[in-house]
Ligand binder design. Structure first.
Ligand SMILES: [Zn+2]
Length: 123
């Protein structure tokens, strides 16, 4: 039983930066339409890619959302210097993450890309 509990902790949907539980991705309206994602109380934002194959698109959605849709700011950002990112394997149906890369069943698990702007970027 212990082992089971430990496993369930590992798959809890927690922000990779602050370890807070995050909400199931919901439709976020932007100037260009909407994407599925959300934001964490630590300031990180996330975008959901149901296929795991359109990470570029999810990344742009999350990054511009993090910049309050300021595109010129978003395009000028330097990874690791201005923001940090993390990608989780995530199952929207069960609202669980997969602790191990490559352990996901094909077709059932998408990706969540988390982006957090570092301090001072938007000031
Ligand atoms: Zn967070």
């Amino acid at each position: 039983m212990r082992e089971r509990e430990d496993k369930s902790v590992l798959t809890e949907p927690r922000c990779p930066f602050c370890r807070e539980l995050f909400e199931r991705p919901h439709d976020v309206t932007t100037d260009l339409g909407f994407f599925q994602g959300g934001s964490c109380r630590c300031g990180a934002v996330y975008a959901y890619d149901p296929t795991g194959r359109n990470l570029g698109e999810a990344f742009v959605d999350a990054l511009t959302y993090a910049c309050n849709e300021d595109w010129s700011l978003a395009w000028g950002l330097v990874p690791e210097e201005d923001y940090i990112q993390s990608i989780l394997s995530y199952n929207l149906r069960t609202h669980r993450v997969s602790p191990k890369q490559g352990m996901t069943q094909r077709g059932t698990t998408g990706k969540l890309i988390f982006i957090k702007l570092l301090e001072g970027v938007t000031e």
